[in-house]
Design a binder for this molecule. Structure first.
Ligand code: RB5
Length: 150
């Protein structure tokens, strides 16, 4: 599995912690920035990661900003992205099982680094359940492809 990760200027320390978790899990990753605390705009970083996921250069994406909300809003505008904002392991598990989320968003100002690492681990290690959930995920994709304004 390959993961792309990015953050805005508020979330560099959490990105570094999550990179350590990825290394411990033996997961290859691409760090797409930000690399300094100079103020940046979270949509630019959400787009960088989500385009890598959407074009299948990587399998999954992880986005971190102050709250995770801005990143998740932007991520879900990218065709093919199902981004989950998750700050607990229950949500992380079920968004993989039921929604087949391919991007995870979190907020540096919302949870501690230890919990963030656990959320990432559970999210990456949980497989999509498919079955009855597939019809619902397909409805999301169908709407995105056929009805969403261009
Ligand atoms: C940046 O100040 C902040 O707005 C951003 O990190 C994020 O929390 C947005 O949702």
């Amino acid at each position: 599995m390959k993961v792309a990760i990015a953050c805005d200027h508020t979330a560099l320390p959490m990105k570094e912690e999550i990179k350590k978790e990825l290394e411990e899990l033996g997961i290859e990753y691409q760090d797409l920035g930000a690399y300094t605390e100079e103020r940046v705009d979270y949509p630019d970083y959400a787009i960088k990661v989500c385009e890598q996921v959407a074009n299948k250069s990587v399998d999954k994406g992880i986005l971190i900003c102050g709250t995770g909300i801005g990143m998740s809003i932007m991520a879900n505008k990218v065709r093919g992205i199902r981004c989950a904002l998750a700050h607990d392991t229950f949500s992380a598990k079920y968004t993989r099982l039921h929604n087949n989320s391919n991007v995870l968003a979190m907020g540096q100002r919302v949870i501690g680094h230890g919990l963030a690492r656990e959320v990432v681990k559970v999210w990456l290690e949980t497989e999509y359940e498919g079955g009855r959930h597939e019809r619902r995920v397909v409805k999301i994709t169908d709407y995105e492809n056929n009805f969403s304004s261009k």
